[in-house]
Design a protein around this ligand. Structure first.
Ligand SMILES: Cc1cc2nc3c(=O)[nH]c(=O)nc-3n(C[C@H](O)[C@H](O)[C@H](O)COP(=O)(O)O)c2cc1C
Length: 176
């Protein structure tokens, strides 16, 4: 799973790069544009839930693990993500359905979406996310090349260690 609303999303590029490490698995890249819904309100909710909210939850239900990279808008979730999250949480507060998650963020700034990361890291578990590893990539345009991926060796090493740790943790879950 990835979070994307922009056709040139840098978070999509980060997820695509990380997914190269998961090629032995079936991959379902989801695009938040496929879950466009009216802005949540309790009045609208009384009229019923959009199909897209059910679809979003179904996509999560059907996956084994979630690899998610969050865009940061004004220090928090993008409005697009928050809207889907709000609708889905009203159907099932366990939005992430206890799926193991590699949680990431990136932005052009030096904090790499660290604010949205801190929020998600703190609160996603309250919505049944099993956050196993987290990674924020700062200064995307300096540290990432669209052809070769993460180009800063220290950051790449950190990311690879986290991917390896995540893979070990999900493998041990399967064998339980
Ligand atoms: C409305 C808006 C607010 C933003 N606020 C932040 C911010 O608070 N922190 C940050 O690091 N980047 C911020 N940015 C820059 C985004 O990180 C940048 O647009 C990034 O490309 C978004 O991720 P995406 O390309 O995956 O959609 C903002 C961008 C927009 C359009």
């Amino acid at each position: 799973m990835q979070e994307v609303t922009s056709s040139t999303s840098i978070n999509r590029e980060l997820v695509k790069f990380v997914l190269k490490n998961f090629q032995e698995h079936d991959i379902n890249l989801i695009d938040l544009n496929d879950f466009t819904m009216p802005v949540f309100s309790v009045d609208l909710e009384k009229k019923g839930f959009p199909d897209e909210a059910h679809d979003f939850l179904k996509q999560i239900e059907e996956c084994d693990v979630i690899i998610c990279s969050l865009a940061e808008h004004n220090r928090t979730y993008s409005a697009a993500f928050k809207n889907i999250f709000d609708w889905a949480s009203r159907i099932n507060v366990k939005v992430f359905q206890n799926k193991p998650m590699l949680l990431m963020s990136t932005s052009p700034g030096g904090y790499g979406g660290g604010n949205v990361m801190n929020t998600a890291k703190t609160f996603f578990p309250q919505f049944a996310a099993d956050v196993k590893e987290t990674f924020s990539l700062p200064k995307f345009y300096e540290n990432f090349d669209l052809e070769s991926g993460v180009i800063n060796p220290e950051i790449l090493n950190d990311l690879n260690n986290k991917i390896e740790s995540f893979k070990i943790q999900i493998a041990s879950l399967k064998s339980e």
